[in-house]
Write a protein that binds this ligand. Structure first.
Ligand code: PGA
Length: 265
């Protein structure tokens, strides 16, 4: 059984003070609504780098309040560079992230299109993440043009193959993959749930083929792109979709907690 995962990608939003307040509301909400008779849900909060330490403190604080019990919230970075250290002005390394976070988003389409990130960069980052014991949330997804040309599956699988090249099966097992069609991100035009489920199954089958059936069964595949409290249930209903990577709806505690609640059936 795969535990559902809801990840909030705050993108370039929230000052440190705002991030602390939102993270506090999220972890309080997660702790308050966790009940024994419901299945669990992993929650990952991904603030900007400047707020990473503050959010990590908030999450650690709730663990202390709960007598060390994990409340189910994790911290993730939105990106990190593949080099461990060196002359890379402006970049943040995986070991730096690993002090504060357990997850890292890699290959988000905004990184690919706005910052020129290549499949090779994504692969190096996946390797670097595993080397520092971080769980990479690898984003794959086609543009509207690629979909119109009938190349959606090829783009997704090509990005997946490139991202995971050379990783060991015991690493692959811990991977999280987010299917995020570029045309659905931040547009309010969410992907049809059946289509998202079809691509999630395709991703899972490819990973099983490359790394073995146990990996295919254990990798969590998320959907991302205009997810909101009104449409989340349709995605979660699919066998191969294990949760969501959420942008806009993660910026407000109530809507984000509604997503977490939907995942804890
Ligand atoms: P959105 O963003 O939920 O605002 O569409 C999703 C993402 O980019 O991860």
């Amino acid at each position: 059984m795969r535990t559902p995962l809801i990840a909030g990608n705050w993108k370039m939003h929230k000052t440190v003070a705002e991030a602390r307040a939102l993270a506090g509301a999220v972890v309080d909400g997660v702790a308050a609504t966790a009940t024994r008779d419901r299945s669990g849900c992993d929650v990952v909060i991904c603030p900007s780098f400047t707020a990473l330490a503050a959010v990590a403190d908030v999450v650690r604080g709730t663990e202390a309040r709960g007598g060390g019990a994990h409340v189910g919230a994790h911290v993730g970075a939105q990106d990190a560079f593949w080099g461990d250290a060196g002359a890379f002005t402006g970049a943040v390394a995986m070991p730096m992230v690993a002090e504060l976070a357990s997850h890292v988003i890699v290959g988000h389409s905004e990184r690919r299109t706005l910052f020129g990130e290549t499949d090779d960069d994504v692969n190096r980052k996946v390797h670097a993440a595993f080397a520092h014991d971080l769980v990479p949330i690898v984003c794959v997804g086609e543009t509207a043009a690629a979909r119109d040309e009938g190349r959606a599956d090829a783009v997704v699988l090509g990005q997946l193959d490139a991202a995971t090249a050379g990783i060991a099966p015991d690493e692959a097992e811990r991977l999280v993959v987010a299917y995020e069609p570029v045309w659905a991100i931040g547009t309010g035009r969410a992907c049809d749930a059946g289509e998202a489920a079809r691509i999630a199954a395709l991703v899972r089958a490819r990973l099983a083929e490359a790394f073995g059936d146990p990996v295919g069964r254990s990798v969590r595949v998320l959907y991302g792109g205009s997810v909101n409290p009104g449409n989340i249930a349709a995605y979660l209903a699919a066998e191969d979709v294990d949760g969501a990577l959420v942008g806009g709806a993660s910026l407000d505690a109530a809507s984000f907690l509604a997503l977490v609640d939907a995942a804890r059936t």
